[in-house]
Ligand binder design. Structure first.
Ligand code: SUG
Length: 451
């Protein structure tokens, strides 16, 4: 018999990388498009992220950090035909295709909700914790993330008696996979068997299912089903649901922009799912007990306001005292409809007790709110102690990482800076030092980037 109450849901936030910039790379993500060409501040972005991690750690949550990827990705630029020493690769790319250069410089790995899909050991047939890095094939700049992401996850969860690391799904549009952004695990207690809720945007094989008309659906049903199989989840504990194509067309490029869930609560917009009644019914059946479904009506918060404020890209957390908190971005306070809704939610005994609000503007301007920035991993006490302890947030690690950012990050970056060889060498120096702080070993392969 498992001591379920001792399991924790840990949040692993992506540390923003030194090349954070705005390049308008994500069709269908309105913030990314609207902020293209804006100057970014990698230093501020990293510090905003660290503050959120520290605040959750201070509340007694288990908080971890995921290292950024090495960017610019010189290996990818070489594969695309740019040659010579690294300075010349960057110069040619800037001259021939600034968009490709920007894609290979993106710090998009900060949104670790897209790093992988994770299934806790209480849900899998072999009793191990399973990870599948997302192939992210819908966007070129994100499709080059998974090999390094996989290595970093292996360096964090580095004990094969507890952790299983799968390869990303085949790099084909049939298996477009965006990771935990489209996956929610419901349960009663973290250590009890839970329900895997997989939300997809379209089906590759079943052409009869509707599709969005304007923006791409990034996740396929086939990808979600493959993950449920490879993670050996029980058939009666898995629910697949289609995201409403209209909301994808309104800028909801991942399910975590329109719904959030934790344990037996979900907060979702009434337009989140196609055939929502059937979705709710199947979830209730799989849970063996009705979920607390808090449905937000369009009359209270429109889909447009939800996308602008990122209300649903919040973290729904069970605090150590058993209370439930909703972690929202500052933009929710600034939107009158959303702010009114949230205050009535908290005062209505809905099951959500407390609001926590954070400034994450640097990430938000690229379409990444509090939930995008974190990967959730439910861990037993043994699993927690078996993993790499150096990535777990402590007061000391927080101060070390803040100093590290202060020393290595620029205050501002524009598109012109991306071909600067100094930015590459500053980033490599920073990440080299970070691998030592976080005890990650040689996850980056810098030697491959040279000629
Ligand atoms: O994939 N933005 C990311 C945001 C990801 C948010 N994640 C979740 N919802 N879980 C994306 O669209 C923008 C990069 C740029 O345009 O510079 C970007 O990749």
């Amino acid at each position: 018999m498992k001591h379920s109450t001792q399991y924790v849901e840990a949040n692993f936030d992506g540390l923003v990388g030194p090349t954070h910039n705005y390049a308008g790379l994500s069709d269908g993500n309105l913030a990314s498009k609207n902020n293209k060409t804006k100057a970014s501040s990698p230093k501020l972005a990293a510090k905003e992220g660290l503050k959120k991690m520290k605040a959750l750690h201070d509340l007694g949550m288990t908080q971890g950090v995921i290292a950024p990827l090495a960017r610019p990705d010189i290996g990818a630029l070489r594969q695309l035909g740019f040659t010579g020493d690294t300075g010349s690769v960057l110069k040619q790319a800037a001259a021939h295709s600034p968009a490709l250069l920007a894609a290979c410089c993106s710090a998009s790995s900060m949104w670790t909700a897209n790093a992988a899909t994770v299934s806790p050991s209480s849900d899998t047939a072999d009793g191990k914790l399973h990870f599948t890095p997302a192939n992210l094939i819908n966007k070129f700049h994100r499709s080059i993330e998974h090999p390094q992401t996989g290595r970093i996850l292996k360096a964090m969860f580095n004990d094969s008696s507890h952790f299983v690391h799968h390869d990303a799904l085949p790099a084909s549009p049939y298996f477009g996979d965006e990771g935990a952004a489209n996956h929610t695990r419901f349960c009663r207690e973290y250590g009890e068997q839970g329900v895997g809720f997989f939300v997809f945007g379209e089906s590759a094989f079943n052409r009869a299912l509707s599709k969005p008309k304007k923006f791409p659906a990034r996740q396929t049903l086939e990808a979600s089903a493959a993950i449920a199989r490879t993670h050996s989840l029980a058939d009666d504990k898995v629910v697949f649901a289609q995201q409403h194509p209209d909301v994808i067309d309104a800028g909801v490029f991942h399910n975590d922009v329109i719904a959030v869930g934790n344990r037996d609560i979900t907060l979702c917009h009434e337009k989140a799912f196609l055939n929502k009644d059937s979705v709710y019914q199947r979830l209730n059946e799989a849970m063996d007990k009705p979920l607390n479904i808090i449905e937000v009506p369009q009359s209270a918060v429109s889909v447009e306001d939800a996308v602008n404020s990122y209300l649903f890209n919040s973290q729904l957390l069970t605090l150590p005292n058993g209370k439930t908190a909703l972690v929202v971005p500052r933009e929710c306070e600034q939107n009158p409809q959303v702010s009114d809704y949230l205050h009535s939610l908290i005062s209505s005994q809905s099951g959500i007790d407390k609001l926590l609000c954070f400034d994450l503007k640097q990430s938000m301007q690229n379409g990444g709110g509090p939930a995008c920035l974190r990967l959730r991993v439910v861990l037993s006490p043994k699993e927690l102690s078996a993993m790499n302890q150096s990535v777990i947030m402590t007061d000391d690690l927080f101060s070390q990482l803040n100093h590290w950012v202060e020393r290595h990050y620029r205050d501002s970056i524009t598109a012109q800076d991306l071909s600067d060889p100094m930015l590459l060498s500053e980033s490599q120096t920073a990440l080299d030092e970070l691998t030592q702080i976080l005890h990650l070993g040689s996850v980056y392969d810098f030697q491959k980037t040279g000629e």
